[in-house]
Design a protein around this ligand. Structure first.
Ligand SMILES: Nc1ncnc2c1ncn2[C@@H]1O[C@H](COP(=O)(O)OP(=O)(O)OP(=O)(O)O)[C@@H](O)[C@H]1O
Length: 292
């Protein structure tokens, strides 16, 4: 069995290309220009880069949520590049996504119970509603939410609670791979820390592979083993976080690091030691807002 769970080679994505009714081809805009990326089993990689560099597009391409115009994608030994929907369906359960804005991904008219129970039944992970409810109750405890959340609608929860529901929904389906796209950028710093901690624990417990998209370098450093740095639809640097942050090979990565001084990170909540000189860096607000 290969160490790699997910590999993608030469990924190109073009938005807006089409054929007119008269058969003429209208060129679109190419936003990924041949990206190679691999994610090993049990590994968390970061994808970082300035706004518009193509992080979200790459993430969606990896999950086959958008079409690629060139390249290939392999998941757990299966070439999924041209896999038809029927054969892709069982793999979709194993490749989950957690979104930046849970309000946009959780149906506002459904209770949390329905939001969590339905996918379990749809994917056949639980054999009946009773078994599904048992699983949901257990995962709620795991993400430290009270059972009373089950009868609420998404808008009745806080942002941090909603993000925990997003994590619970992904984890319930027992995925092998989770893509997390800017999932803490809308949260305050202490809630960010709690959500990141939870995700880190879950990924270890469940042996998940994760790709973590963020424009926030401190978040990437806190949670990832390796990092891919993107610019203008290309990977300009890839390597272990420790090396890339301490000694970036690309001038662009150095510029990103200079532009966004790393804030002080409390090693208690990250469960990770830091060098004493890094700890002297004062906390700095990120000058970049928004995200994917
Ligand atoms: N559906 C779409 N149609 C057309 N162009 C798009 C679409 N989605 C993204 N783009 C363009 O593709 C490029 C890459 O966007 P993408 O969202 O992947 O970047 P990003 O690095 O995730 O940026 P951000 O951090 O701001 O979310 C941008 O120029 C964007 O405007």
């Amino acid at each position: 069995m290969s160490d790699d769970l997910l590999t993608a080679s030469g990924i190109e994505v073009t938005y807006g290309g089409r054929r007119t009714l008269s058969g003429q081809r209208v060129d679109g805009v190419k936003v990924l220009h041949g990206v190679d990326i691999s994610i090993r089993r049990g590994e968390t990689i970061g994808i970082v880069g300035e706004s518009g560099s193509g992080k979200t597009t790459l993430g969606r391409a990896l999950l086959k949520l958008i079409d690629i115009s060139s390249g290939s994608i392999c998941f757990d030994g299966t070439d999924i590049t041209h896999l038809p929907d029927t054969r892709m369906r069982p793999l979709r359960r194993r490749m989950q996504m957690i979104f930046q804005d849970p309000m946009a991904s959780l149906n506002p008219r459904h209770t949390i119970r329905r939001i969590l129970v339905e996918p379990l039944l749809l994917h056949g992970v639980a054999k009946d509603a009773k078994a599904a409810e048992r699983r949901v109750s257990t995962i709620l405890e795991r993400v430290t939410l009270p059972q009373s959340c089950l009868d609420r609608n998404p808008h009745e929860l806080s942002g941090g609670q909603r993000q925990r529901i997003g994590i619970a929904r992904a984890a319930l389906l027992e995925p092998d791979f989770v893509l997390a796209d800017e999932i803490v950028s809308g949260l305050d710093v202490s809630t960010q820390a709690q959500v990141l901690n939870l995700l880190k624990e879950l990924s270890t417990d469940l042996g998940l592979s994760m790709a973590f998209i963020s424009h926030d370098l401190s978040v990437i450093r806190a949670i990832c083993n390796r990092v891919y740095v993107m610019r203008n639809g290309l990977v300009v640097e890839e390597g272990p976080c420790d090396r890339v942050f301490a000694d970036p090979a690309s001038g662009y990565t150095r510029m990103l690091l200079d532009a966004i001084p790393l804030p002080e990170v409390d090693p208690e909540w990250l469960g990770r030691g830091m060098e004493s000189d890094e700890r002297k860096t004062p906390p700095q607000p990120s000058p970049q807002g928004g995200g994917s």
